[in-house]
Ligand binder design. Structure first.
Ligand code: GLT
Ligand code: MN
Ligand code: MN
Length: 386
């Protein structure tokens, strides 16, 4: 029942199950695996797809011969396992070149190199079958705002997105962009810090229809925000092109924990939103196993991400089918239609009728709302007693 299938579109990045346990304070605790070995690991745990940054697959300083061999081995592994590549992205954050940003760097050579690197990476991603291209601007920010004018940074970001959209059109690629926000880390502050910022920014682009968002649970939680509300806004605007699922304690560093490992209730309402609205895109687990894990435990981690999603999906079905919950929802959303002539789309007649209507404010304020009861039923479903 909780076994993943291709229809679930569960994907992992090479950098997720391939994470070696390195952190800012410590060396790797697991031996690095080659990209083609990671593909086999993902097939073993039942994933559908693998995503990569250009340099997860081909090291930044690889020779052409090395690159050809890596790609050959990787494609062979995809062939042997049936694992697909639905998304690709560019590493615009690891190399010292990008220490002050990529598209927003003050150095025009760095900005040009970022475009150059991204166009090559797009070519490689499309060649592997990617239909979604993620942009996470980890270094696009500042430690001191003395260093960069924030309005100039917005304009540089826009110029880069416009340039790359035109490149994709020019090549005739079937590719959409998904912008991923994060409030901070590795920069002191990162521009377009939340999914909401990204949604507003997208509307200012030359080809907004080509660009959507890739929200990540951990990133909105780092900012202390309700992730589900951000995803809802993206869905409502037809902008949820991709999603990064993981988990995270509020107010901490970017923990990238196993999906649903921390905030079960938030994860439940997120899965409910995705399932109720029929989200059909990839579900990417942008997470990694604890530094204490060996590869046996990494597989437990990957299986856990997918299993938790499927368990929560089953809880959502249970919630939606619960007659007591449905009765409460009906009560909460009761509507006799008497306000319809006064609201909806504006007309002068409606407005004057509404302005002259009187309301029983005390009665409205006194009306009880059974939200405690509803929430308790939700908790009981999650706790498995209902
Ligand atoms: C990096 C980051 C993620 C992004 C990846 C895409 S890389 O691991 O923390 O949130 O999705 O660039
Ligand atoms: Mn993260
Ligand atoms: Mn992410």
């Amino acid at each position: 029942m909780y076994t993943p299938t291709a229809a679930d579109k569960f994907t992992f990045g090479l950098w997720t199950v391939g994470h070696t346990g390195r952190d800012p304070f410590g060396e790797p605790t697991r031996a690095a695996k080659k990209p083609h070995e990671i593909v086999h690991l993902l097939a073993e745990v039942g994933a559908y797809g693998v995503n990569f940054h250009d340099n997860d697959l081909v090291p930044i300083d690889a020779t052409p011969a090395e690159k050809a061999q890596i790609i050959k081995d990787f494609k062979q592994a995809l062939n042997d396992t049936g694992i697909v590549v639905p998304m690709a992205t560019t590493n615009l954050f690891s190399d010292p070149t990008f220490k002050d940003g990529a598209f927003t760097s003050n150095d025009p050579q760095v900005r040009a190199y970022a475009l150059h690197k991204t166009m090559h990476a797009i070519d490689m991603g499309v060649d592997m079958g990617a239909k979604i291209y993620v942009f996470w601007g980890g270094r696009e920010g500042t430690e001191t705002d003395a260093s960069k004018d924030p309005i100039t940074a917005i304009k540089r970001n826009r110029e880069a997105m416009n340039y790359l959209c035109e490149y994709v059109k020019d090549q005739g690629y079937d590719l959409k962009f998904a912008l991923e926000a994060k409030p901070n880390e590795p920069r002191g502050d990162i521009y377009n810090a939340t999914t909401g910022n990204m949604l507003a920014f997208i509307e200012t682009l030359d080809n907004p229809e080509m660009v959507g968002v890739n929200p990540e649970v951990a990133h909105e939680h780092m900012a202390g925000l309700n992730f589900t509300h951000h995803v809802a806004q993206a869905i409502e605007q037809d902008k949820l092109f991709h999603i990064d699922l993981n988990d995270q304690s509020f107010g901490r560093y970017d923990q990238d924990f196993r999906f649903a490992a921390v905030n079960l209730k938030s994860a439940f309402f997120l899965v409910k939103l995705l399932e109720d609205t029929g989200y059909a895109g990839n579900k990417h687990f942008d997470a990694h196993a604890y530094r204490t894990s060996d590869y046996k435990d990494v597989k437990a981690f990957a299986r856990g991400c997918m299993r938790n999603y499927l368990i929560l999906k089953e809880k959502v079905a249970r919630w939606n089918a619960d007659s007591e919950i449905q009765a409460l929802l009906e009560e909460i959303n009761a509507d006799d239609g008497s306000m319809d002539p006064l609201m909806g789309s504006y007309s002068a007649d409606k407005a004057s009728a509404l302005k002259s209507r009187s309301f029983d404010r005390a009665a409205m304020g006194a009306r009880g709302l059974p939200y405690e009861a509803l929430d308790q039923l939700t908790v009981e479903i999650l706790l498995g007693v209902r």
